[in-house]
Design a binder for this molecule. Structure first.
Ligand SMILES: [Zn+2]
Length: 257
């Protein structure tokens, strides 16, 4: 079956003398591995469309019950060419790409997730400040799309609304939980995983509220707040997604923290 689909190139690697194998996150068919024969020839017909993080339209000869499909044509819709201009943008984009690779599967299409990936990469690409916040925005939306939106307004144990964070806690800190956060009373009983400060919690609530990724690039966070927000969101994802350990992109990330 020959299919045409929009896709994001998650990974592109050399194969044998002249070919490439790509991992594509497609709009209609989820994550697919494809081979681009002759992609490394001098007269290559694909040009630079096969580079990772490109937004493309691909024509694929899709074989039933096979893991590797044949890419027959691939044209760039958009290359997010500013991603490599600074470390912040690069780290955010690499993390997004890697998260998508971990959470998606073949034939598991989600237009909501696909659109979110395209929009978020675009927001990172154009971010002149605080590009990492766009990653946090993406992690928040990813949880939502996958069905485990964290609740940072009510205690996930007793349901009490989270008012003054200092209530019942010594240092104005609350404990995180698998569903979001614990109230002062439940935090006091120390059954949570990790802690979040009042300021960190407000940032999480704000990121959850904004309508799109561009909206968070004006929020400048201290490195301690970045660390708290990053840890809270990543722990939340790790609790709900099997096999999500430390991302390779985190090595780039920790270099800029
Ligand atoms: Zn509680």
């Amino acid at each position: 079956m020959i299919v045409k689909t929009e896709a994001i190139v998650l990974r592109s690697r050399k194969f044998r003398e002249t070919s490439k194998i790509l991992t594509l996150y497609t709009r209609e068919y989820g994550k697919l591995s494809v081979i681009a024969k002759g992609a490394r020839d001098r007269r290559a017909k694909f040009g630079s469309a096969l580079d990772s993080m490109n937004y493309v339209v691909a024509i694929i000869y899709k074989k039933e019950n096979r893991d590797l499909h044949l890419l027959t044509q691939c044209d760039s819709i958009k290359s997010f060419n500013k991603l490599s201009e600074d470390m912040d943008r690069m780290a955010a984009a690499l993390s997004i790409i890697e998260l998508v690779e971990v959470v998606t599967r073949a034939e598991d299409e989600s237009k909501a997730l696909f659109n979110m990936v395209v929009q978020t990469l675009e927001a990172v690409n154009t971010a002149t400040t605080n590009a990492m916040n766009v990653l946090y925005f993406f992690e928040m939306r990813l949880s939502e799309i996958l069905g485990f939106r964290p609740n940072f307004h009510q205690c996930s144990r007793c349901g009490a609304s989270i008012g003054q964070v200092s209530d019942g806690t010594k240092e104005g800190e609350l404990h995180l939980s698998s569903g979001g956060v614990l109230c002062g009373k439940c935090s006091h009983e120390r059954i949570g995983h990790g802690i979040i400060s009042a300021a960190g919690l407000r940032i999480l609530q704000e990121i959850q509220k904004v309508p799109h990724g561009e909206a968070v690039t004006s929020m400048t966070l201290s490195s301690q707040l970045r660390d708290e927000v990053h840890t809270a969101l990543r722990r939340h994802l790790q609790t709900h997604i099997g096999g999500l350990h430390r991302l390779k992109a985190d090595a780039v990330f920790s270099a800029i923290m």
